[in-house]
Design a protein around this ligand. Structure first.
Ligand SMILES: Cc1ncc(COP(=O)(O)O)c(C=O)c1O
Length: 423
């Protein structure tokens, strides 16, 4: 007999006091997950615990210093379990944008005039600007187009741009503006065939789907803990043998030749690393309840990685039900245009639309009055939203994004309010 999938959203909401707020007498519906998720109590408590009880720099001879080393080592290991890699392949920095600039500065040191870099029109500026900066050093940067009708990356255009001059391919795993998931594994394989390094922006993908960096075989992958229930911290996966070779920007000290230390400059944010690790443990805490349901998908996975992946699969399945309901209801409203990949194409639970009479900012203002937190604009996917989709005059897209603390009631109320505003 088939097991029924029942997501215990009420158990999860107890971890998020912010979901109980009222706005103008209405219950709040926090639908700006793609901008940053809410943070569960257990993560905040972990950060507090570090600050109150263990705060010290590493490499001292006294107890809190040794405890800090232990916690940071554990933090790297847990983030490694989240991404499917070893602790030596995890580095931290203030944000993914900052990490990617550091990476581009390092890789750029060994580029020659005329070397080519491929970026995409799909990407957040985080995975475009650092590479465009290298044009100053003579690199030639080419951006792969996105089809405005389907919101899919044009793979033919990618193939045409790829050559043995390509040294870096910077790709987007999932679009934070329209939710499209790109088959990065296939494109990475092609990039490696011409000898290019690959950098995947998984900032929007990470809160929605399990990641396996070894399966997609990327050289680098970026994600940000504040999108998956953690604090504001950038996490970089760097394939060990590749990180060993690149000439990172760093201070001159003998003890930081090893990855990941050669990537990190200055004293890391210890408290945030503890918080990011706890955020992954929160996902694994969710996952424990669904290991049986996802038994076949989890085959071969052991230990913490098993419950983390189960958590991500449960989150994804639950959010997708909410998103699908919203997409269907929006399609029925006159004047609404939905932006996103076709029905059968993989996507995240991020739903984006415009209305032909009321601009996206006005829509979000009215939603906010009712306690519904959506977002409008280009979300720094500037090229996609403004140039490819041409939505500057509409004040960009309205974006409704789901997290596991949202309920079907949140969605139904959003639909009702949208109908009142738009019809
Ligand atoms: C897809 C994507 N990439 C990159 C970023 C930037 O991440 P960070 O704020 O950690 O620099 C964001 C932030 O919204 C994003 O959605």
């Amino acid at each position: 007999m088939c097991m029924e999938f029942r997501f215990d959203v009420h158990k999860i909401r107890k971890e998020f006091p912010s979901t109980n707020k009222k706005v103008n007498g209405n219950p709040v519906a926090i639908l700006d997950g793609p901008g940053g998720s809410q943070v569960p109590k257990m993560v905040v408590e972990k950060i507090n615990d570090y600050m109150f009880n263990h705060n010290a720099n590493e490499h001292g001879q006294f107890e809190p210093s040794k405890k800090t080393e232990e916690l940071i080592m554990e933090g790297r290991a847990v983030l490694g379990q989240f991404l499917g890699c070893s602790k030596d392949e995890i580095a931290f920095g203030p944000s993914s944008t900052n990490n990617n600039f550091m990476l581009a500065l390092a890789i750029g040191r060994d580029l020659e005039e005329g070397d080519e870099i491929i970026i995409t029109d799909m990407d957040h500026t985080c995975n475009r600007s650092p590479w465009l900066m290298l044009e100053e050093r003579g690199a030639v940067v080419k951006s792969v187009r996105v089809d405005p009708n389907t919101c899919l990356l044009d793979e033919e255009d990618f193939k045409n741009k790829l050559s043995n001059k390509t040294k870096v391919v910077a790709l987007n795993y999932a679009s934070n503006a329209v939710g499209t998931i790109t088959d990065v594994k296939k494109l990475i394989k092609m990039a490696h065939e011409v000898g290019a390094l690959t950098v995947v922006d998984a900032v929007h993908y990470a809160p929605h789907k399990p990641i396996d960096v070894k399966d997609i075989d990327t050289d680098f992958l970026l994600c940000s803990a504040y999108k998956f229930f953690g604090p504001h911290l950038g996490v970089l996966y760097a394939k060990k043998e590749v990180m060993e070779k690149i000439r990172t920007i760093r201070v001159m000290a003998d003890d930081i030749e090893e990855p990941p230390y050669k990537f990190q400059t200055g004293t890391p944010c210890y408290e945030l690393i503890c918080g990011a690790a706890k955020a992954v443990k929160f996902i694994s805490w969710i996952g424990k309840d669904y290991e049986e349901y996802f038994k076949s998908e989890l085959e071969g996975l052991l230990g913490k990685r098993r419950s983390i992946v189960a958590g991500m699969l449960a989150i994804d399945k639950y959010e997708e039900e909410l998103a699908e309901y919203l997409r269907c209801e929006l399609e029925k409203i006159n004047g609404v245009t939905l932006y996103g990949a076709p029905a059968n194409h993989p996507k995240t639970s991020t739903v984006s639309f415009t209305h032909d009479k009321i601009n996206s900012m006005e829509i979000c203002e009215e939603l906010a009055e009712e306690g519904i937190y959506g977002w409008n604009g280009d979300f720094y996917a500037i090229k996609l939203v403004n140039d490819v989709l041409g939505l500057t005059d509409r004040r960009g897209l309205v974006r409704i994004g789901f997290a596991p603390y949202n309920t079907m009631d949140d969605v139904k109320r959003t639909v009702k309010v949208l109908k009142d505003i738009l019809e």
